[in-house]
Design a protein around this ligand. Structure first.
Ligand SMILES: Cc1cc2nc3c(=O)[nH]c(=O)nc-3n(C[C@H](O)[C@H](O)[C@H](O)COP(=O)(O)OP(=O)(O)OC[C@H]3O[C@@H](n4cnc5c(N)ncnc54)[C@H](O)[C@@H]3O)c2cc1C
Length: 370
């Protein structure tokens, strides 16, 4: 089978990449082994920039309008409203359904196979596919956009995984292997679950606890999502125990979804382009879920990757990817590092409350379109 572009991964970024490709006159094919409206561990807050990108693609998933971000800790709260219009809390299954309908409406085929092997020469990329070990069709195309998620098999197979490559190169007993626990890259994980309760506000709430954050997003008139981010890989109920005020707020609300998790969140890449294969979304690298930017940023990657393909200049994507990602990377990394020590976590909310323009500035830097 052949196409103008093969998109590996039918998550929000892969589906958006296919829509951008169609708009540019290309015929894409999507590979996605999972059927139906795909759920995933996610805080489900679409920042205003991401919502705007979806609207421009003609995708308008229902949800709950988000006015801004509120940080809470030990009885104190500080909030900042988005200046670029509202964001939206949207269930992942709803978002996936809306993007899937848009893709179907323009006639793009989603093949129910995973990419098993990606090889290329100077003009063509060949993607061998499979379905649980059973061989599927082999696809050829001049270009591939790989949007196959946080643990992207394509990224790893092409040697673009920075941490994996670094570990392989590290000689036994080297100085780096003797680093202290504090200086090692932070491994954080996320868990999420939904509660059948009427949202009590229009902000995404980030509750700061001693060992993690609980990230509360209203996603419908009767549904609130709670994601806990932490270094610890404990059950969600243990993670929630450090947020008594939030637990009280949730009261006896029914739990309506099962727990989903993801991590380690931080994934670094050496490059985003290998020949004719371009990485987009989480596959292209990820810092942390703390600032709720993943989908918005991934949509920008999808647009920029397709623009580079259309220009026949894949290397231009390295530059545009860096420009789009820099602001998010710096702010998120700085926030994760600043709140690594216990004193940093204790001081963050009082400091933000003392300097509202700084907090507002940071929130709006992250919320604006990439
Ligand atoms: C706890 C948590 C909270 C978060 N909160 C937010 C938030 O509030 N707002 C926000 O914007 N972002 C948030 N994020 C980030 C957001 O979820 C991701 O950035 C987003 O899902 C990235 O989309 P994607 O399409 O790149 O990857 P994914 O959504 O992971 O999709 C990748 C797809 O690729 C498919 N795939 C995998 N391997 C193959 C293969 N070999 N062949 C074909 N297909 C394959 C998978 O089945 C999957 O469907 C959060 C993340 C976490 C973990």
């Amino acid at each position: 089978m052949s196409a103008d572009i093969v998109v590996i991964g039918g998550g929000p970024v892969g589906l958006a990449a296919a829509l951008y490709a169609v708009r540019s006159g290309l015929a894409p094919v999507i590979l996605e082994p999972r059927a139906g409206s795909i759920d995933k561990a996610c805080g489900e807050g679409l920042m205003p920039g991401g919502l705007q990108a979806l609207t421009e693609l003609g995708v308008d998933p229902p949800g709950h309008d988000l006015r801004g971000i509120r940080y809470l800790a030990r009885g104190r709260a500080v909030e900042a409203d988005f200046s670029a219009g509202p964001g939206r809390g949207v269930r992942r299954t709803t978002l996936h359904g809306a993007l899937g309908e848009a893709v179907a409406a323009v006639g793009v085929e989603v093949l129910p196979f995973g990419a098993a092997e990606v090889t290329q020469d100077g003009a063509t990329v060949t993607v061998r596919t499979d379905d649980c070990g059973r061989a599927g069709p082999t696809l050829t195309a001049p270009w591939v956009v790989a949007a196959d998620g946080l643990h992207s098999p394509t990224r790893r197979s092409l040697g673009l995984d920075r941490d994996h490559a670094a570990v392989r190169r590290l000689p036994v007993g080297s100085r780096r292997s003797a680093r202290t626990a504090e200086s090692r890259p932070l491994r954080r994980y996320g868990l999420r679950q939904h509660y059948g309760i009427r949202p009590w506000g229009d902000h995404v709430e980030v509750h700061w606890g001693p060992h993690g954050e609980a990230y509360v997003t209203p996603v419908a008139d009767d549904l609130v999502g709670v994601a806990v981010l932490s270094r610890q890989r404990n059950p969600l109920s243990d993670g929630l125990a450090q947020f008594p005020a939030l637990r009280e707020r949730l009261g006896g609300a029914p739990v309506v979804t099962s727990v989903l998790g993801a991590g380690p969140l931080r994934q670094r890449t050496t490059h985003r382009v290998a020949g004719r294969v371009l990485l987009a979304g989480d596959a292209s690298g990820y810092v942390d879920a703390l600032t709720g930017e993943g989908i918005s940023l991934g949509l920008a990657h999808a647009r920029l990757a397709v623009a580079a393909v259309v220009a026949g200049d894949p290397q231009s994507y390295e530059r545009s990817w860096r420009a789009a990602t820099r602001r998010y990377s710096l702010l998120t990394h700085a926030l994760v590092q600043a709140t690594r020590p216990a004193w940093g976590r204790r001081l963050l909310v009082p400091a933000a409350a003392t300097l509202p323009p700084v907090f507002r500035g940071a929130v709006n830097e992250l919320a604006s379109p990439s």
